[in-house]
Design a protein around this ligand. Structure first.
Ligand SMILES: [Zn+2]
Ligand SMILES: [Zn+2]
Length: 300
């Protein structure tokens, strides 16, 4: 490769690293916007999500944040099982709420008269308040940490462990944030937009792509920022609780970012079973599991 080619490759990589996060978020939102215009928002949301997954699969291969994270951690099956279980249960919850007539009952209030973009920003910030505290309590209250630890037990981040949450942990977040969205009086279109943006930001946040997000990390939850939240060192990891926007972390003093540095080790100091079903049951007998596994490892 000539020096000129090498130089232009470096420039292209730098451009991709800096532009990937806003480009993927905005392009997905554009697809959803086309879906609204065509009256097929559910279909177009699925297309936009498939688009973002496809781009991230390619980007994780071409511009990985950490090459070592491309190796298998033996958790692919568990990650996917948690994702499928959570998606299934949340769908069931939505269908049940629709059946009971709970969803959409408050639609048509003062907020629904606001411009859609203002409603979406309001929805993101207001629901984030609940998400922030649900997440922070999950770190600070041991009983809930035992469930949230399933998400944090991974030793690498990539798009597949985006949905790796114990279903109790997932439900705690949904129950904390959904009432704010559904009972605030905002339009259902705005609720769909907030949910879609949450899904886009969520998958971007966990990807193993070398994204340099610059000032965006002070406003949104970016992969550069969220990796610090997964630090094994709890002095660092017990920060950055925001799921979409970082406003409440700034207000409550839990924002942590070292833009020029890299997090050393991610994971948890506690023990976590390898198998999916054991991960589901382990939080209910956490203490016994921790003691049994630490005794067996010290015997070895
Ligand atoms: Zn967490
Ligand atoms: Zn995470």
């Amino acid at each position: 490769m000539s020096e000129l080619e090498e130089h232009s490759n470096i420039k292209l990589r730098s451009l991709l690293c800096r532009g990937a996060w806003p480009a993927l978020l905005l392009s997905s939102m554009t697809i959803l916007w086309l879906g609204f215009a065509a009256g097929h928002e559910t279909l177009f949301f699925n297309i936009s999500y498939a688009w973002i997954v496809l781009c991230l699969l390619v980007a994780e291969k071409r511009i990985p944040y950490r090459t070592a994270w491309r190796k298998s951690d033996g958790q692919l099956g568990a990650d996917l099982s948690h994702t499928i279980l959570n998606k299934g249960l949340v769908q069931l919850l939505i269908v049940s709420l629709l059946g009971l007539g709970v969803v959409g009952t408050a639609e048509g209030g003062i907020i629904a008269a606001w411009p859609l973009a203002v409603q979406v920003i309001f929805g993101l910030v207001a629901s984030e308040f609940a998400l922030y505290w649900a997440h922070r309590i999950a770190h600070e209250w041991p009983w809930l940490w035992h469930f949230h630890a399933v998400h944090h037990s991974v030793k690498k981040l990539w798009l597949v462990n985006t949905g790796r949450f114990h279903f109790v942990d997932s439900f705690a977040s949904v129950f904390a944030s959904a009432p704010i969205l559904l009972l605030s009086g905002m339009s259902m279109d705005a609720v769909v937009w907030v949910s879609a943006i949450t899904a886009y930001i969520g998958i971007l946040t966990h990807c193993n792509v070398d994204m340099r997000c610059g000032p965006l990390s002070y406003v949104f939850n970016t992969p550069q920022l969220h990796r610090w939240h997964h630090a094994i060192d709890t002095q660092i990891g017990n920060n950055n609780y925001g799921e979409n926007v970082m406003l409440w972390d700034h207000i409550f003093g839990s924002f942590f970012l070292r833009p020029e540095q890299h997090v050393e080790q991610i994971g948890i100091a506690d023990r976590m079973p390898v198998r999916f079903l054991d991960q589901l049951t382990m939080p209910f007998n956490w203490q016994r599991y921790q003691e049994a596994t630490s005794a067996s490892s010290s015997d070895a």
